[in-house]
Design a protein around this ligand. Structure first.
Ligand SMILES: CCCCCCCCCCCC(=O)SCCNC(=O)CCNC(=O)[C@H](O)C(C)(C)COP(=O)(O)OP(=O)(O)OC[C@H]1O[C@@H](n2cnc3c(N)ncnc32)[C@H](O)[C@@H]1OP(=O)(O)O
Length: 199
């Protein structure tokens, strides 16, 4: 379903069809959406397809295969380096034919988060500094990298970059992120209801 939804968003964003076709499509989309909404999970319920502790989040807005608007980014580790790949479609456009800057920050937040989490230092982003060196092109295979640069108690710093796959040494956007490991009282305060319900 995620793939179908992403095709829908891409075509709906890029379409130049006449108004009557768009109105007809809107009606069909409403008809398709209605039965899905008959049984929904609440705010604190994790998706039945998810495995929180195993890191599986089907609807994550960056990596989720089931997400309507995740590119989705495919992530893996090679030694100390986290690597991600994706191609951004029309829905991610900011400046004409290039990605929105907030999208680049979102991709890098997730990349850095993946790098620290898979290195055994899970935490939440408390700071993300982005440097935009060149616009990120749409419809172009992208490569992202991230790695930890410092572990200081509960604070972990990571850096990363977005490049194209054809020019992997030319950073288009760079980011440095600070992640903080939650104390148990913080984890309970923020995620208690979710953990209780998924236990
Ligand atoms: C396979 C699966 C992959 C899975 C991959 C998953 C990737 C997920 C990536 C997405 C990540 C996100 O987007 S997370 C969502 C965005 N982030 C958030 O919503 C976080 C919002 N912030 C907070 O809720 C809070 O800041 C907390 C709970 C995180 C921390 O509480 P706090 O009161 O601020 O900090 P506290 O625990 O006292 O402090 C811890 C230490 O960090 C320092 N510190 C805290 N904030 C900052 C800051 N902005 N800049 C500098 N330093 C800071 C403190 O000074 C302290 O230093 P010292 O005294 O120890 O020296």
């Amino acid at each position: 379903m995620g793939e179908a939804l992403r095709l829908l968003i891409e075509n709906a964003t890029a379409t130049e069809m006449p108004t009557e076709h768009i109105l007809r499509a809107a009606e069909l989309i409403r008809q398709a959406a209605a039965p899905l909404g008959e049984h929904r999970r609440g705010r604190f319920d994790t998706a039945s397809a998810d495995d929180l502790l195993g890191g599986i989040r089907l609807y994550n807005p960056v990596t989720g295969e089931g997400s309507a608007f995740a590119p989705p980014v495919d992530m893996h580790r090679e030694g100390d380096l986290a690597i991600g790949t994706c191609t951004l479609g029309r829905a991610f456009e900011g400046p004409p034919s290039f990605a929105h800057g907030g999208v680049s920050a979102m991709l890098l937040d997730q990349m850095l988060g993946y790098a620290v989490t898979t290195a055994g230092h899970p935490g939440m982003t408390v700071r993300l500094d982005t440097v935009y060196r060149s616009p990120v092109p749409l419809y172009t295979p992208l490569r992202m990298t991230a790695s930890i640069t410092e572990v200081n108690g509960r604070r972990v710093t990571a850096t990363g970059a977005i490049t194209t796959t054809t020019a992997p040494t030319t950073a288009l956007v760079e980011a440095t992120g600070l992640f903080v490991a939650l104390r148990s009282d913080q984890a309970k305060r923020l995620f208690g209801p979710v953990l209780d319900r998924s236990a």
